[in-house]
Design a protein around this ligand. Structure first.
Ligand code: ADP
Ligand code: MG
Length: 232
């Protein structure tokens, strides 16, 4: 399914929140890398999908009423065997939820240099605003993020990356490898392009994006739509 189809389908069924799975499908469509992912329902299916995907894998409980998955124990990382996957499945299914439960089986991504957060919100006055920051504790405690109104240029994207206080973490801090800045620039430009083309996207949250010396991968995402305004 292409991006326009995906968005139209959701809007036609009056669903404004894309699941993590759908959000990452959309990102993949626009050329942003995400881990292999499959939705399953039964234990047998989950184990067989995991085995075919190749260990280690991650299982996440997908349910409409669970938003912050790790807070409720809905993320099981680094599963390395059929037994571990089966046990994780049982534990996930015990988590209370009022809505339909499914499991997202994902490839476990390699440990990054650091986690990033890339987002988009709609400003009442200026329209789509892009956000960039280092993920985890730095975002929450220090509010170390940069903003630009879309559309952005390559120059804007580079500025967004360089102006955060945590930039040294991306630049080979304490002997760590340097982060692939071009990959971040490319991702910011793709998001900018997407939200300019699709006004019906109200909010996006890629949290976290794993950044490496070469490339990046988005392991969790959430996209929220708004009803298309009547143009009269
Ligand atoms: P939450 O809804 O709590 O934000 P996430 O899907 O972001 O749940 O998962 C929580 C954390 O688990 C992430 O911040 C990341 O560190 C790790 N994680 C999630 N998915 C993967 C994956 N596919 N590979 C490696 N680590 C992952
Ligand atoms: Mg997350």
């Amino acid at each position: 399914m292409n991006v326009a189809e995906l968005l139209t389908n959701k809007l036609n069924s009056n669903q404004l929140v894309l699941t993590e799975f759908e959000s990452k499908e959309l990102l993949q469509e626009i050329g942003i890398q995400v881990p292999d992912q499959r939705l399953t329902s039964t234990k047998e299916e989950t184990v067989s999908v995991a085995e075919n995907m190749g260990f280690p894998v991650v299982l996440k409980l997908m349910a409409e009423d669970i938003v912050h998955k790790s807070d409720t124990g809905a993320v099981k990382l680094n599963l390395r065997s059929n037994d571990e996957v089966g046990q994780a499945f049982d534990e996930l299914m015990k988590i209370p939820s009022q809505t339909e439960k499914r499991i997202s089986v994902q490839k476990m991504a390699d440990e990054p240099i650091t986690e990033l957060i890339i987002g988009m919100t709609t400003d009442a006055q200026f329209g789509p605003a892009l956000m960039f920051g280092i993920g985890g504790i730095l975002v929450e405690l220090l509010e170390d993020v940069s903003f630009r109104i879309a559309p952005i240029t390559e120059y804007d994207a580079k500025e967004m990356i360089h102006e955060i206080k945590g930039f040294p973490i991306l630049d080979g801090y304490r002997g760590k490898p340097k982060a692939d800045i071009d990959a971040i620039v490319d991702t910011l430009l793709k998001i900018s392009d997407l939200v300019i083309k699709h006004e019906e996207i109200h909010e996006m949250d890629l949290n976290p994006v794993f950044i490496y010396n070469k490339g990046l991968i988005c392991v969790d995402a959430r996209i929220i739509l708004k009803k298309k305004e009547d143009k009269n």
